[in-house]
Each structure stands twice: as structure tokens, then as C-alpha cells.
Write a protein that binds this ligand. Sequence first.
Ligand code: KGT
Length: 302
Amino acid sequence: MVIAAVGQICSTASLSHNLEQCVGLISKAAVGGARVLFLPEASDYIAANSQESLSLAQPESQSPFVRGIQAAAKEHRLSVNVGIHVPVSVPVSPTSPGSPPETVTKLSNRSLWIDPDGTINHRATYDKLHLFDYGLLRESATVQSGRRLTEPFPSPVGRIGSLICFDLRFPEASLALAQPGPGCPWVSSPAEVVLYPSAFTLRTGVAHWETLLRARAIETQSWVIAAAQVGRHNAKRSSYGHSIVVDPWGTVKLELGGVNDEGEAVEGAVGAVGFVDIDLDEVARVREGMPLMRRTDLYPLS
Ligand SMILES: O=C(O)CNC(=O)[C@H](CS)NC(=O)CCC(=O)C(=O)O
């Protein structure tokens, strides 16, 4: 058994305030005996609009937010998974034939893994593949979709498959990580834990959040860990909260607080940290007890 901690924050456009929240949670997680802390998507900031989001992003290697998380992870000897934004240069097709190639700056919506010595595990970096365009939110206006799944990587709580938020609605991605068929390069070492750091909306959270997370755990026969943003980020935007850990049988092992109907976090929900014993034998027991032999010869995953 290894203790994992899940932290819930309310990011705003103030990176220093967001860092403060995360560092506080890293310390609480360490005091509680956790080996790993899972933090939400976009822990570095949630901006009020596209321009602000683009202007706040900093390269990973120069970001005071990332450095602050690295220093706190090292101080407390703890692994940390955290969601950030990083600028990326994206080629655009020339406006007229013969004009020079141009680029625009967009963002990667990135999940980072920081080891207990404070270094970034670059093999564990994942850039969100599916972008959320719904209602007033147009993620594709600022974010460039990632180019690949990240091969499941070892951690103190088992082999991890990283996905982010809206990726939750695409079961093929989690199946490829945790129940890979022939043709997946990591077929011998599938994920045992699937991550969905998130910032879900209220409307979709009430309707879908827990059901989707439990379904992903049940069908991948994996632990599912979803650290979530909660409460009001700015005048226009709130997140649903309810960070969850689900075991490979689909039982909810941990759930943190959410928001009221107005989108205000309930008492204690911002800055909450929860602890779960991750029992990896449970993955083996569930997978051996009920083998899910996919007929990917008839319905290929890719
Ligand atoms: O905006 C940022 O900076 C960080 N990114 C997010 O919060 C993203 C894109 S707007 N949110 C989601 O994917 C919510 C998905 C969701 O709510 C659903 O699938 O129902």
C-alpha cells in the first residue's frame, strides 16, 4: 500500500497565488504521509479570456510556477503531478501563395510529473489531446492539441497513464493506455492508474463527471485519479470540484467537496486534500478475476 494525496484548488490569473495554494497542499500531503500529490489541470492559472491565457504562459524551464513546485517537491521529498500551460509555436498556412511561412503562438495544456528530487520526468509529460469547445469555452482558440499518448510510466503508486479533463469522454484513449491491444508499443506494461486532472464545468460536472470516471475505472480495470479545480476563478467561470479517486472495481474511494448552484465552492472545498491507500494488487485481482479480452481484431482501437 502506498498513500496518494489528491489536492483541490481554485486557480485564478494570479500565478503566485496559485503557486501558494499548491505549495500548501504539497506540505499537507507530505505531513499526511503521501508519496505522491495529484494536482488539477491548469494549476498554474485559469484566465478570464484567450488573450490573458496566452499572455500568462511561460516556457516550462523559465516558469517561476514550475520552479516553485519543483522546490516544494524536493523539500518534502514527494512526487507531484501538476497541470500547466506552455507556449508552443504553431505553423499557419501562408495567406497568399509564395509568402513566407508564418507561425502563431498557442498553448499546450500539459501534465507534468515532478520527482521527489525536484526534477521533471520528461518521459512523463503529456499534452492534452482532445480540446473542449462547449458553450462559452473555446479551448481550441488558444490550445494546440498534443501529438501523442504518453507511454505509461512507473511511479510510487504504480504505472501511470496520463490524460486530462475532456479526454475523459474518449474511452479509446484510456483503453489504449490501460488495456492495450496488439500494435500498442507498451503492450507489456499497461497503465494501472489513469489520471484525469480536470477543471470541469458545473453543468457537465453535475450530469457526467462521476459516471464517466467510474466507467473509465471499470472498463480499464484501473485506479482512476482525478484532481479537480473547484469554485470561482473569475466573474465568468467556476469549476465543479468533486476530485475523485475510483478503484479498479469502480468504487469511489475518495471524493472532495464541490460548489453550490451559484458556482461558489462549499466550505473547505478550496485547498482540500484527501488521502487514499493505493493497493496495486487490486488491479491484478480485478484483471485476473474478469479478463476483458477485447476483439480488437474486429474493432481496432486505433
Ligand atoms: O482553460 C484553461 O486554462 C484550462 N482548461 C480547461 O479548463 C479545460 C478547457 S476549457 N476544461 C475542460 O476540458 C472541461 C471539460 C468539461 O467540463 C467536460 O468535458 O464536460
